[in-house]
Design a protein around this ligand. Structure first.
Ligand SMILES: [Ca+2]
Ligand SMILES: [Ca+2]
Ligand SMILES: [Ca+2]
Ligand SMILES: [Ca+2]
Length: 361
């Protein structure tokens, strides 16, 4: 179960995305959050006792009139041992009304400081999510970017932290809406696949190591945008848990479980709860070896315990002040279990980071 809520003021109004990583290489997990109504990315450092400090914000929207940062991905893009960040400037228009395609690349210094390196262009405007993996299997991290309403692009890492020409993935305008993208080898063939969250469907685009993805062989898995991957039923392959809002006329909202059944297909593993929105968190909350799920409903954190074999039971609802927009898990108090952090919207005022420690005995 989760303990009481603790709040930290953060920079970057209207947060939309978070990444968890150890940005200052002290062995303690830190967090970065984006906020679309300001220019800043907020980096808060874990103190190992469950506390955070927030002295490491930086401006990620650098051009005059640029929209604010939305999607985040962390990885060591130039292989110097320090974590770097890719930041999408996802809101649709800049101050002049021009549509926006920008994704900015920042190199980390290993001490939670970030320096601008490169601006790249997504395939379409509204780039709102980014993920990183080595898509073309040359040992260098690449990027996959989803532009809401306009498709997916990949960008090959060059080794020095920069990225090469924009590659339209899945052909042009392969999707009509998109809010989330993830990279993982779902079918276990050694090639990274894309998990594409496009509102009325989350689908897997199967990779072949080329960083060009075909939608003709894609597998539609579930409705919704925000899928988390983990071996939910303990059979050794990756399954999906997807948060589905009630906004889709053909689906009812809830936490949809989709179990990988081999041969690039999934079976339905059930649906829990009502409407959820925002990122889900998968991790072992009670250290029984089965991944549990945390989902957001706009005002509360819901914890679903995995009873084994991907059968879930809701074990708690925990209110969060303000509106939690994104959630992540990590062990921030160093007791070995997964705690939960939420970035909360505050409608034009200062946003907050809400932390609830896992106090399962
Ligand atoms: Ca750290
Ligand atoms: Ca680096
Ligand atoms: Ca690569
Ligand atoms: Ca694969």
């Amino acid at each position: 179960m989760l303990g009481g809520d603790v709040y930290y003021q953060i920079a970057g109004q209207d947060p939309r995305d978070m990444v968890v990583a150890d940005f200052n290489a002290d062995g303690i997990l830190d967090l970065a959050t984006s906020g679309i109504l300001g220019p800043e990315v907020c980096v808060v450092l874990g103190d190992g006792l469950g506390g955070f400090n927030d002295d490491h914000d930086f401006n990620a929207a650098l051009g005059f009139g640029d929209p604010g940062p939305w999607g985040l991905a962390a990885g060591d893009f130039n292989s110097d041992g320090n974590l770097d960040l890719a930041v999408t400037l996802g809101a649709g228009w800049d101050l002049y009304g021009n549509t926006n395609y920008k994704v900015n690349i920042f190199l980390g210094d290993g001490a939670a400081g970030f320096t601008f390196l490169q601006e790249i262009q997504a395939y379409g405007p509204f780039p709102i999510a980014v993920s990183t993996a080595d898509l073309n299997e040359d040992g260098i991290l690449d990027l996959a970017v989803i532009s809401n309403h306009y498709g997916v692009s990949t960008h090959l890492g060059q080794g020095d932290g920069t990225f090469g020409a924009t590659i339209p993935a899945g052909g042009s305008s392969a999707i009509t809406a998109g809010r989330e993208i993830a990279c993982s080898d779902v079918d276990g063939d050694g090639h990274v696949d894309l998990i594409v969250g496009a509102g009325n469907s989350t689908s897997v685009w199967w990779g072949d190591g080329s960083a060009v993805f075909s939608t003709s062989s894609a597998t539609s898995v579930s409705p919704g945008d925000f899928a988390s991957l983990a071996d939910l039923d303990g059979d050794g392959d990756l399954d999906l848990a997807t948060a589905v809002a009630d906004q889709f006329p053909n689906y009812t909202g809830g936490l949809w479980i989709s179990l990988y059944s081999g041969n690039r297909s999934f079976s339905t593993g059930g649906k829990y709860g009502a409407a959820f929105d925002g990122s889900t968190v998968v991790g072992d909350m009670n250290q029984d070896g089965s991944p549990d799920i945390v989902a957001l409903d706009g005002s509360q954190v819901h914890v679903y315990r995995n009873l084994g074999q991907a059968v879930f039971e809701e074990t708690g609802q925990y209110p969060i002040n303000l509106q939690p927009m994104a959630a992540l898990g990590g062990d921030w108090d160093g007791d070995g279990d997964m705690d939960v952090a939420c970035a909360c919207r505050n409608y034009g005022a200062t946003p907050w980071l809400a932390i609830r420690m896992n106090v399962t005995q």
